[in-house]
Design a protein around this ligand. Structure first.
Ligand code: SAM
Length: 257
């Protein structure tokens, strides 16, 4: 449906009755070419169309960034409730921003806050900059080329991250759609934890008192829980699917890291 509507240049929220309309030959050719490209190249649909939605917002995407799909969208749209409580949020950090989807969604749902976003990939940051401009967030979202934490920008009320967390051997066996994505966005060493280790180590110094660390670790969540038995992870549940997202407070981290 995504590909068909894109090929026709039709809106994605088109009325169901309009889909009954007959197509002319040029329209059929356009649909067939795009569907054929999807089947033959195995490139994700979002790379073929150059667009993807996250937390209800549209983002430009290409092969320099992961296709946005994190369950964190649901949590951001809920302004991190019920976990945030009445705590005001003035500063957020998104580590490994890729397309900028998490950082920009945070700025959208926290209009009172400033957002810093880091990525180690200059290519990814170029896409993020396009999206920051498209959403007119230049004054609210600051991009940093950095290894995990940007220099001297703490403390943050919330740090959120969807870092790479796929073990190298698992990544090698993934279908071609995943191989089309940047390896830097998926692979994190032999056990999937190389970025997570740095995020956990840096978080106590980067978080304000009472601040929250929210990180997606996907399928390796059980290994993460076993690696850090001293940390009281809260594993979040999502109405729209997804797993392996934990939440810790700064105080949890200080006691456990
Ligand atoms: C799983 S992707 C997430 C992208 C985006 N936040 C999203 O949710 O769609 C992880 C991102 O982390 C970046 N990354 C990998 N290692 C990093 C590091 N050491 N420091 C900062 N960013 C890193 C990758 O370039 C990639 O853009």
């Amino acid at each position: 449906m995504f590909l068909v509507l894109h090929a026709l240049g039709w809106s994605y929220d088109i009325a169901a009755e309009a889909l009954e309309a007959p197509l002319d030959a040029a329209q059929r050719d356009a649909v067939e070419a795009l569907v054929r490209a999807r089947i033959e190249t195995r490139r994700p649909a979002a790379y073929l169309t150059g667009r993807m939605w996250f937390a209800g917002l549209e983002f430009a995407v290409d092969e320099r960034v992961l296709v946005p799909r994190s369950p964190l969208a649901e949590l951001i749209a809920a302004r991190f409730e019920p976990w945030r409580g009445a705590r005001p949020v003035a500063r957020l950090l998104d580590i490994g921003t890729g397309s900028g989807c998490i950082a920009i969604a945070c700025a959208h749902f926290f209009p009172e806050a400033n957002v810093e976003a880091s990525d180690i990939s200059a290519d990814a940051l170029a896409v993020a900059a396009t999206n920051v401009a498209r959403h007119r967030m230049a004054g609210r979202v600051t991009l940093h080329e950095a290894d995990l934490y940007p220099p001297a920008a703490a403390p943050y009320d919330i740090i959120v991250s969807n870092p790479p967390y796929v073990p190298r051997a698992v990544w090698r066996a993934l279908p071609p759609e995943y191989q089309a994505e940047p390896g830097l966005g998926l692979v994190a060493g032999d056990d999937g934890m190389s970025c997570l280790e740095g995020i956990l180590a840096g978080a106590p110094a980067a978080l304000a008192p009472g601040g929250l660390l929210v990180v997606e670790v996907g399928e390796i969540w059980a290994e993460v829980a076993a690696r850090y038995p001293q940390l009281p992870f809260t594993w979040l549940e999502f109405a729209h699917g997804g797993e392996g997202v934990f939440l810790l407070t700064r105080e949890d981290l200080v006691a456990g890291v």
